[in-house]
Design a binder for this molecule. Structure first.
Ligand code: NOJ
Length: 534
């Protein structure tokens, strides 16, 4: 029985709204200044009240935390910073009791350099089986002193590090994150066993980290250009989005389908565009793939419409829906991306009504329901992102979107940690006193109130999300320049004015929900409205 009181579960993931919890920054239960699983469990009521369907937990596994847990040393255990396996089981039970599904993060492209397999590989001779679980190669140059090819780490610098016996190993991210060799049967078998470990514990699915990365082009050919991270999400690279990854997902889909209850996989796949991303949601592969083209689109009606159109068409080719997302722990928060300040907040309010009116599933990143901005002025010594550290500040630091959640009170840590705890792992701006959950619950005009109303309506309105007979239906309507307008059947029109001038609309019935006050048929700048008529 799910929270809608329906016994038969049918493709819940096609329209689900899933909330991303970044455990380190969500809620600190044990008072050490770092979020943990017990803290998250105690705050799950916030998510149930918000009206989401599921939670995605970023990594909480044993890890040296070189990349905030995306460097896993033990895929089957909880890092002591986050708690224990018992704490995980308690979180899962409480989430299920509240009617929330739980998706965990799986990191199959690379492990931590502290993983026992990598430690064994380093202790084993060149060319040995333990080395073959990773990507070791001799170097180029007279004495092998040059890296095996010109691949660059996504975080900056060469993607290769040399070990004392002269071999080099591949790490597309930090040197503490060696890439697995997915041509190795043991690696494949191990990940199937890891999937089963968490499925047997009762998780509802997996967010697959670097889902586009596990298989590399044969022969590891040079790219031929520098500044390769510029090509991610735009061009083709021999180490990303290779056709061979799809074979892995076809195997995993069979495994997921062998469990009851529609367990899912969602791809974090940065590809060259909607066509390539849609391949991950072929009927025999994964269920969802984040729509990063939508996330990257500027605040412009033409850009939004183009990207929505292209993504719907691409996923429809596979009979799939699209998975919309505005923010996550890797990108600048969208309040800031859309211009910051009052304009950024206004646009973010409009953007959530746009996103939640689109056919398909959607992800909400913790804190966006509070309208949190990116924290741009973190002191350098507080920053921990390896992308910032490896590029010597040349690449943006992702710490600014990972600042802990403000829950209550008037001063940091705003209820993130219990009273008397050490300072949170990243400093919280004093100005967030205005943005706490507590403060926003008391304000019917707050961002949180808007999210709650929108999610409630999405649940109950037959044209939106869950409950729609055919969630794929979207009809573009003629609209003045600067306005996105579409109808969903039955009985809903969404209009978004992305421009800086008010526009007068034809009548679309009564306003059901608006991101800002509207009078009559006039849609103010940076405002979205859901209307009652198509
Ligand atoms: C994507 C994750 O979202 C990001 O945080 C991480 O740094 C890389 N993958 C490497 O695992």
């Amino acid at each position: 029985m799910d929270r809608h009181g329906t016994a038969a579960v049918t493709a819940w993931w096609r329209s689900a709204v899933i909330y991303q919890v970044y455990p380190r920054s969500f809620a600190d239960g044990n008072g050490d200044g770092t979020g943990d699983l017990a803290g998250a469990t105690a705050r799950l009521g916030h998510l149930a009240d918000l009206g989401v369907d599921a939670v995605w937990l970023s990594p909480f596994y044993r890890s040296p935390m070189v990349d905030s847990g995306y460097d896993v040393a033990d895929y089957r255990d909880v890092d002591p910073r986050f708690g224990t396996l018992d704490d995980f089981d308690a979180l899962l039970a409480e989430a299920h009791r509240l009617g929330l599904r739980v998706i965990v993060d799986l990191v199959p492209n690379h492990s931590s350099s502290a993983h026992p397999w990598f430690v064994e590989a380093l202790a084993s001779p060149r060319g040995s089986a333990p080395r073959d679980r990773y990507v070791f190669r001799p170097g180029r140059g007279r004495d092998g002193e040059l890296p095996p090819n010109d691949w660059e780490s996504v975080f900056g610098g060469a993607a290769w590090t040399r070990v004392p016996d002269g071999d080099w190993y591949l790490h597309l991210f930090d040197a503490g994150q060696p890439d697995f060799n997915w041509n190795d049967g043991e690696v494949r078998a191990e990940f199937e066993a890891i999937l089963r470990f968490w499925l047997d514990r009762g998780v509802d699915g997996f967010r697959i980290d670097v889902a586009h990365g596990m298989v590399k082009a044969d022969g590891l050919p040079d790219v031929g250009v520098t500044g390769q991270s510029e090509l991610i999400g735009r061009g083709r690279l021999p180490y990303f989005d290779q056709d061979g990854v799809h074979e892995i997902y076809r195997e995993w889909r069979k495994l997921l389908d062998s469990y009851p209850g529609e367990r899912i996989g969602v791809a974090e796949a940065w590809t060259s565009g909607p066509e390539r991303t849609a391949r991950y949601v072929a009927p025999d592969e994964l269920h969802q793939a984040f729509n990063f083209d939508f996330l990257q689109a500027p605040w412009s009606a033409a850009a939004m419409r183009d990207v929505i159109d292209a993504c719907l068409a691409a996923s429809a080719r596979y009979g799939a829906t699209t998975t919309w997302v505005l923010s996550n722990h890797d990108v600048q928060r969208h309040v800031t991306r859309y211009g910051g300040g009052a304009a950024g907040v206004r646009r973010a309010r409009a953007a959530i009504l746009l996103m939640l009116a689109l056919p398909g599933s959607a992800y909400v990143y913790q804190g966006e329901e509070l309208g949190l901005p990116e924290v741009l002025d973190l002191p350098d010594e507080a920053r921990q992102d390896p992308q910032w550290i490896r590029s010597a500040g040349g690449q943006p630091s992702r710490d600014g979107c990972r600042v802990p959640m403000p829950w209550s009170g008037d001063a940091p840590p705003f209820g993130f940690s219990p009273p008397g705890s050490p300072a949170p792992w990243l400093p919280m701006p004093a100005s967030w006193a205005q943005l706490t959950v507590e403060r926003q619950l008391a304000d019917p005009a707050s961002m949180l109130a808007l999210y709650r109303r929108a999610l409630r309506l999405r649940r109950t309105h037959p044209a939106l999300g869950a409950g729609a007979p055919d969630p794929a239906v979207l009809t573009w309507l003629d609209a003045p320049d600067g306005v996105v307008a579409f109808g969903r059947r039955p009985g809903l029109t969404c209009t978004v004015n992305c421009s800086s001038t008010p526009v007068t609309l034809p009548g679309y019935g009564e306003p059901l929900l608006a991101s800002a006050p509207v009078a009559g048929r006039v849609l103010p700048p940076d405002t979205a409205v859901w209307w009652s008529a198509p």
